[in-house]
Design a binder for this molecule. Structure first.
Ligand SMILES: [Zn+2]
Length: 429
């Protein structure tokens, strides 16, 4: 028996060690020891072998545009939206595509092989839509890219947003988006949720809305989103992104809201880096954290995936396509410090987000797509702690990125010559 690739001696997220054999684009075998020939062997001994990272919330039409035509001086969400409005008329098909492809290179280098990106449809040229449809096609051999039709300037607030949302979906955009809290009135926001969910139901599409991305505790569009999901039978196909207002909502109201979200099987996508950076900007002190109620939603059985949202764009001036940064920040802001909770944060940038995106053939199992990442860490929690190096990235059966293991040489008398910062943690509860 001969395989194309064998990843030998790695530790799976479950803690078992296993060899993974790959034939073509699929995983052919996972066993404690595989003694067989292979076109290529990867020595993953002592390393974590994980399914690839998944980003369920990104803006690839804006990424890497930081500073064009100027920076966001106040750092607020609203100035970011205004700045994006200034940048939009300057966009060209070539520039959007080049930046998106450059970001995809970064993503590959970080083992990030599935991305759901919103694409702004509030531009009658639909230039970003067309550019990202091309990018989706070009990166398909290594990245699963999902596009969301996103009416950034408001589905009702912008005069042509409705027509352009339909045009974008007709062109092949995958998911229906929205931004109810940005409409002019609460009622317009509510109606936008209803209309967009109906549009998704008619077309058999998924829904992912920017929902209640505000500190206003009375921004409750998630309620309507869950209600419409129930009414239209969209269970398991709808996500609410951000949901930041929930951090400031009245506890009694939330005790009624969370069971509704759970029943409707609406998923939540907090974006910890962006939420901690943009929310609470109108507060003095005490200053709100601005992340939604992650632990409480998990306790209600609501699916939660962490998103990256922005890298070097009008809203965020940092970012490296590292979903471990995202998990690290989410873990801190949501105070998920128990070992089980830290482990859950790893799932929220891998398997949970894959579930939200409805990815086909994702995960380390026989017959699934042979996409995986070998991390210089012993387990998922250590991967988050170290924001571990990716040693090998395999996409659909091919090694697409690799690097040497890095040690830091020390020059300290009587101390080790080099260190690696790996640490065996005792298994205890
Ligand atoms: Zn977003």
């Amino acid at each position: 028996m001969s395989f194309d690739l064998i990843v030998k001696g790695g530790t799976l997220p479950s803690g078992e060690s296993a060899d993974i054999a790959i034939s073509g684009e699929r995983i052919a075998a996972i066993e404690p020891r595989i003694e067989a020939e292979a076109g290529r062997m990867v020595d993953a001994s002592g390393c974590l072998v994980s399914p690839p990272f998944v980003d369920p919330h990104f803006h690839m039409d804006a990424t890497l545009s930081y500073g064009i035509p100027r920076i966001n001086a106040s750092g607020t969400l609203l100035e970011g939206i205004a700045l994006w409005g200034e940048l939009k008329p300057l966009l060209t098909h070539e520039a959007v595509k080049a930046r998106a492809l450059a970001y995809c290179d970064w993503a590959v280098s970080m083992g990030l092989l599935a991305i759901r990106t919103h694409v702004d449809v509030c531009d009658d040229r639909l230039l970003a839509v067309e550019a990202l449809l091309e990018v989706r096609r070009e990166v398909a051999p290594y990245i699963d890219l999902q596009l969301v039709a996103f009416p950034q300037d408001g589905y009702f607030r912008d005069p042509t947003a409705k027509t352009n949302t339909v045009r974008a979906l007709d062109l092949g955009v995958d998911v229906v988006g929205g931004i109810p809290h940005f409409e002019r009135t609460m009622d317009d926001g509510r109606r936008s949720v209803t209309e967009l969910c109906e549009m998704a139901a008619e077309r058999g599409l998924m829904v992912d809305m920017h929902c209640d991305e505000t500190d206003d505790p009375l921004s409750r569009h998630i309620e309507q989103l869950a209600y419409e999901t129930q009414r239209l039978g969209l269970h398991g196909r709808v996500a609410g992104s951000h949901l930041t207002s929930m951090h400031s909502m009245d506890n009694y109201y939330v005790s009624k809201l969370l069971p509704l979200i759970a029943e409707a099987q609406v998923a939540a996508i907090p974006n910890p880096l962006i939420n901690i950076m943009l929310q609470g900007r109108h507060d003095t002190f005490p200053k709100r954290r601005g992340l939604t109620r992650v632990k409480e939603m998990l306790a209600h059985g609501i699916r939660v995936g962490f998103g990256q949202d922005c890298v070097l764009d009008p809203w965020y001036s940092l970012g490296t396509a590292d979903m471990l940064d995202v998990a690290f920040m989410g873990l801190h802001v949501a105070q998920m410090s128990h070992p089980d909770e830290m482990r859950r944060c790893f799932d929220m940038v891998t398997t949970e987000s894959a579930g939200i995106m409805g990815l086909d053939g994702y995960g380390l199992a026989i017959g699934n797509k042979a996409s995986l990442v070998v991390l210089d860490a012993g387990n998922p929690v250590e991967a988050i702690r170290l924001r571990a190096d990716r040693l090998w990235v395999v996409a659909k059966g091919k090694v697409v990125a690799e690097r040497e293991r890095r040690h830091m040489a020390l020059a300290l008398p009587g101390r080790p010559a080099s260190i690696h910062r790996r640490h065996e943690t005792p298994r205890s509860r």
